[in-house]
Ligand binder design. Structure first.
Ligand code: HEM
Length: 397
């Protein structure tokens, strides 16, 4: 990757994330053009934000920076985001608050704590299964399984249907052909249609029942709104945790002394988890649409303009973090933006931190050691970044 002409590098080229290193480009942007205008290509025109302070400002102003027209850049050819104005992440206040209140109970400290023992049991099963495979892919065989198990529990997916959903989500979010992925995604939606009808007949104490029976502005949600929200929770709840955990594991495999340091001093676990979140920053970008004319630094933004926030760049901003390019499991304070900020701050934040803590703790406590057996393969995407695969051997110590 050339750092000589970073202004010529396209941040919306997925190849940059699959084969290059976007960090030198983002660093150049932060120093030279922090609010940069990109003209329309296959994507609409947008303002690109790379500095921590600007990104935090936008996250915290849901009135001027709306989520209702989508939070991800979409090629023109894909049309409008169907979730716009309907899913939790793609709704503005005041509807957003009503929707968030409907599902918030499942994400409280109390709810997360009540799942901890089950999570520990699930991780032990996953790790011992992976060990029987000899060589395996840490991403799909380990990192992807705990978050899927947890979101299935919350949504009320019965245990015996989870393996089927796991296989479908692996296909839908994996690296296969677009056709295979799209078919798998349709099958997931068909599964949720069926689960939704089951809960309409017989509600239970789960998230799908809450969406089916809950009201927003005195009205039940439409079936389509319920399904879009289920999809959103499934994707949000699994994809990013998978990437943070596998990216974190790879970082520790590259720095064995840090892994041993964590093994020796478990009191470092909370700061280590935050540092893994900052370091991996798996949500590559989050978008907003401007609702009224506003100045951002010296740039005049108009209503309707799109603003794209590169969260991994915010989390390496040298104006905010000391030695941002050093992975430091003792870093404190560490007010990273990996989970967003403000009104739309990640609903699954507590869940994520608990899943990561339990997974890393179980791996450190286990009788197994983990060795990387082949190069990791990065994802080719402008939406999320991290590893598509991480070949490892999990064997007795
Ligand atoms: C490493 C793991 C995770 C990362 C990096 C992550 C990242 C984010 C970010 C950046 C946002 C803000 C989006 C915005 O401002 O537009 C967000 C929102 C959200 N996240 Fe997460 N997330 C993670 C895990 C989870 C989990 C485990 C769940 C659910 C079980 C979840 C559910 C959600 C939901 C529902 C929202 C929308 C909240 C709202 O709009 O009020 N996330 N997440």
């Amino acid at each position: 990757m050339s750092v000589l002409a970073p202004e010529t590098v396209s941040l919306v080229d997925p190849g940059l994330y699959a084969t290059g290193d976007p960090h030198p480009v983002w660093r150049w942007m932060r120093d030279n053009d922090p609010v940069r205008r990109y003209d329309a290509t296959e994507y609409p025109a947008f303002w690109s934000l790379t500095r921590y302070d600007d990104i935090r400002t936008v996250f915290q102003d849901a009135r001027v920076f709306s989520s209702a027209r989508g939070i991800l850049l979409r090629p023109h050819a894909h049309g409008k985001d169907p979730g716009g104005g309907r899913t939790l992440a793609l709704t503005d206040p005041p509807r957003h608050k009503a929707l968030r209140t409907l599902v918030a109970d499942w994400f409280t400290t109390r709810s997360v704590r009540s799942l901890e023992d089950a999570m520990r049991g699930a991780v032990r099963r996953v790790v011992s299964r992976a060990a029987t495979l000899g060589e395996c892919d840490f991403v799909t065989d380990v990192a992807a399984r705990l978050p899927l198990y947890v979101i299935c529990r919350l949504m009320g997916v019965p245990d015996h249907e989870q393996e089927m959903l796991f296989s479908l989500t692996s296909k839908a979010f994996g690296a296969g052909e677009p056709e295979t992925r799209s078919v798998a995604h349709q099958e997931i939606m068909a599964y949720f249609v069926e689960l939704m009808y089951r809960r309409m007949d017989e509600p239970e104490d789960d998230l799908v029942s809450a969406l089916v029976n809950g009201e927003v502005d005195g009205q039940l949600l439409s079936e389509e709104d319920i399904l879009l929200n289920c999809d959103n929770l499934l994707v949000g709840g699994t994809e990013n945790v998978r990437l943070a955990v596998s990216g974190g594991m790879k970082t520790f495999l590259d720095r064995p002394a840090e892994w041993e340091r964590l093994r020796a001093d478990r009191a470092l676990m909370p700061t280590a988890v935050e540092e893994v979140l900052r370091w991996t920053s798996s949500a590559t970008h989050i978008m907003r649409t401007v609702t009224e004319p506003v100045m951002l630094r010296d740039r005049p933004l108009e209503a309707g303009d799109r603003v794209v926030m590169w969260t991994p760049s915010a989390n390496r901003d040298e104006r905010h973090f000391e030695n941002p390019d050093t992975f430091d499991i003792t870093r404190r304070p560490n007010r990273h933006l990996a989970l967003g900020a403000g009104t739309h701050f990640c609903l699954g934040a507590m869940m994520t931190r608990t899943e990561m803590r339990i997974l890393f703790t179980e791996l450190l406590d286990s009788e197994y050691r983990i060795e990387q057996t082949a190069p990791a393969v990065p994802l080719r995407s402008i939406v999320v970044n991290g590893l598509e695969s991480l070949p490892v051997r999990i064997s007795a110590r």
